[in-house]
Design a protein around this ligand. Structure first.
Ligand SMILES: O=C(O)CCC(=O)C(=O)O
Ligand SMILES: [Fe+2]
Length: 382
């Protein structure tokens, strides 16, 4: 009897696993949006189409994809000029002093991306949509507050921005061996994560305030490369820094690497499989524009399967700030009761032996060195 029950349970769980695998493969080959439409169709429904643009939108110019170049920070446009003319990736000089790219930690870089005007308009558009009463859903499985921009008519704009702006950067930082830089400004790149062949994006805005999402638990992203652009003025929020820990299966994946303070228009780019989260917001509101990008070709390769195998994932040593209440089985044991399910800023500070950035996006230790040398003092050692 016992054996039969166990066999039955085994059969059921192996059927569940088959089902999960099948659905996973289907989702992978259809892409997220078509997969969602497929599920809606299975239930006999019609995929939802939202009539927002042009009747109800605020900034019609955002919805005209041919405007894509208008929104770029001029420092980034300049670095892409030669590549646009020749198609030669080697001409994308991320080292150019004029770009002011910051190499923050291995595989984590930031650079000026969009104009303040674009950031303001995107955020105003999001708030306008949220007031409209049109259908909404959470932007991903962990953030409640925000909006999926691809679903309100902005997909063509972000398609253009992916192919004309973000793709060459991804290729140089996370692409094939032929395209990728080995290091940049003294920081190593972390190998091929499909950056040469990005073909899909999930683009959304996340919002934090005392009212709803106050922080974001540690996680990895459902994508290969993440572009995350600050939409809020530095003076409008306190706390809520982005904290990076290690790559998902590295021995140090739960060790603090970087505390990053968002800057308006500045993009922080990282591999989706880098553990990260946002600490509690202390004052005001913050919003970020997130572009999760994927390469389906890369995901089908043996190289990807060798890189990303959840069976290899293990817990291992941890800084408290890198613990995840949604994903870590030892969270209950390692996090003291009075600190559970919060992500206070001081936890990031306590772990902040690695680098941090300040309100202008400059790594603090490097800034101190610059100031010291401007004052004629001996540069401090890292
Ligand atoms: O709050 C942020 O800037 C990061 C959000 C994030 O990591 C995500 O939505 O996946
Ligand atoms: Fe994320």
């Amino acid at each position: 009897m016992m054996a039969a029950a166990t066999d039955e349970a085994n059969t059921a769980s192996s059927k569940d696993a088959d089902f999960d695998r099948l659905f996973g493969e289907l989702r992978e080959s259809l892409g997220d949006e078509n997969f969602r439409n497929f599920l809606v169709a299975l239930r006999g429904g019609k995929p939802k189409t939202v009539k927002y643009h042009p009747e109800k939108c605020l900034h019609a110019e955002l919805f005209d994809a041919s405007n894509w170049s208008r929104w770029l920070d001029p420092r980034l446009s300049k670095v892409l000029e030669e590549w646009h003319r020749t198609g030669d990736l080697k001409q994308v000089d991320l080292d150019a002093a004029a770009l002011d790219l910051q190499a923050l930690a291995p595989g984590i870089f930031s650079f000026p991306c969009f104009t303040a005007d674009f950031c303001r308009k995107i955020l105003e558009e999001v708030k306008n949509y949220q007031r409209s009463g049109l259908p909404e859903r959470p932007p991903n499985s962990m953030n409640n507050q925000g909006l999926v921009l691809n679903e309100i008519g902005l997909l063509p704009l972000f398609d253009e921005l992916l192919s004309k702006v973000l793709s060459p950067l991804a290729a140089r930082l996370f692409g094939d061996d032929n395209d990728r830089l080995l290091s940049l400004k003294g920081q190593k790149t972390i190998g091929n994560w499909g950056g040469s062949h990005l073909d899909k994006h999930h683009t959304f805005v996340v919002q934090y305030s005392a009212k709803d999402d106050t922080h974001l638990d540690m996680h990895i992203d459902e994508c290969d490369i993440t572009f995350n652009i600050g939409l809020s003025e530095s003076e409008t929020f306190q706390g809520n820094q982005l904290v990076f820990c290690g790559l998902y299966d590295a021995d140090d994946h739960r060790k603090h690497q970087l505390t990053y303070r968002h800057v308006l228009g500045q993009c922080v780019v990282h591999c989706g499989k880098q553990r990260h989260g946002a600490v509690d917001i202390e004052e005001g509101e913050r919003a970020s524009l997130i572009i999760w990008t994927k390469s389906h070709a890369f995901r089908r390769s043996a190289e990807y399967r060798a890189l990303y195998d959840l069976d290899r994932w293990k817990l291992g040593k941890a800084d408290q700030i890198c613990l995840s209440y949604s994903h870590d089985d030892d969270y209950e044991e390692l996090m003291p009761d009075e600190m559970k399910f919060q992500m206070p800023t001081h936890l990031a500070e306590a772990a902040g032996t690695a680098s941090s950035t300040d309100a202008s996006g400059v790594p603090i230790n490097r800034k101190r060195r610059r100031e010291d040398s401007a004052n004629g003092a001996e540069p401090s050692r890292e």
